[in-house]
Design a protein around this ligand. Sequence first.
Ligand SMILES: Nc1nc2c(c(=O)[nH]1)N[C@H]1C(S)=C(S)[C@@H](COP(=O)(O)O)O[C@H]1N2
Ligand SMILES: [Mo]
Length: 395
Amino acid sequence: MVRHSRAAVISRLTRYWLSPLPAPLERWRRGPWRPGAFPSGLRSTALTSRLGMWLGLAFAVCFVTGLLSHLIQHPPGWFWWPSRPIRLYQVTQGLHVITGLASAPLLVAKLWSVYPRLFTWPPARTVGHAAERGAVAALVAASLFQVVSGILNIFQTYALMPFFFTAAHHWVAWLLIGAMLIHLGTRRLRSERMSPDRRRLLLGVGAAAGLITLFTAGQTVRPLAPIALLAPRRPNEGPQGLPVNKTATAAGVAAAIHDPAYRMIVAGPTGELSFDLAALNALPQHTAILPITCVEGWSSTATWTGVRLRDLVALAGADPEHAVAEVESLQAGGRYRVSTVASEHVRDPLTLIALRLRGDLLHADHGYPARLIAPNRPGVLQTKWVGRITVREES
Ligand SMILES: Nc1nc2c(c(=O)[nH]1)N[C@H]1C(S)=C(S)[C@@H](COP(=O)(O)O)O[C@H]1N2
Ligand SMILES: [Mo]
């Protein structure tokens, strides 16, 4: 076996990285490739790097908050998420949507400022140059995909996305962050000064990002609701003054929820209990003011009344301090028909199997006859039309 010293391997790789590629024919240099094809004097490396800085910052916040949301929904063994403060997830998911939306104008401006570089001549000088350009292409593609698919998700236009949104959005996020780190690593530092008109352009892009934020933040920040012109949903519009994610009809439960034979089954270590509506109403009732925070970007707070999950867990013979509950909907299929409630949330006295919303029985679309509502949890985990709860003691 031939042994290479580390220095020799690195120098060999470097030489490969810097090895020149064949030059293209000069007569292929047409259209946008010809010299002076982009006369705008506004573009500059100073402008590009400032836009990049803001975009990088927005992407970083968006990535961290998005990853957190993913972990909460698909918790690996090491992951732990508290039930308090009750609005923590509302804040992190709000930041995710706001930074994602604000990055749209930043991305457009940044792409405008660099797109002449798409036509550099020769397209690739060395192997390394070609690889760097490949990483930039991946970065551009991933950025566009994330911003566009995120916006389509907020507007619930899943029909335009022939893939499972959350999985694609999650994996492309890693691609984007990886490509962004490579890009930052290969970037040359630019410290040129900004001319006044470039500064004005930057201010305009900043203002666009700010206005988009202002006109959409109302779907989660209540005082801004009246001006949520760009937001598809207002936090106070819908049955009982609350938006609906999936209606009872769409979930196929419209008949089952009004069936007089409805019983809620609570299965635990000591066997199965069955509650009809009168029995559920006869249990101690508690009230909690909690938000629903949909991963699609809206959130809204309401007053919920019902039975504490920890009381049901205790009735089923488990220790409410150390139990996990699986809450199942009457819905036959669908991704959100069942959710697991970790012990932090089972234990929390604010976690309810709610029977009432703002004092009235739940509207069919909000989960009648009973729905889960827990503090500091994504909306997707607030299971509606609950039919069965399976309790396990934590090992
Ligand atoms: N059974 C069931 N529960 C569900 C859903 C669902 O599709 N099926 N959607 C979830 C989602 S994504 C959200 S945001 C909340 C919305 O609750 P609401 O429609 O009462 O506002 O319900 C959750 N509970
Ligand atoms: Mo949701």
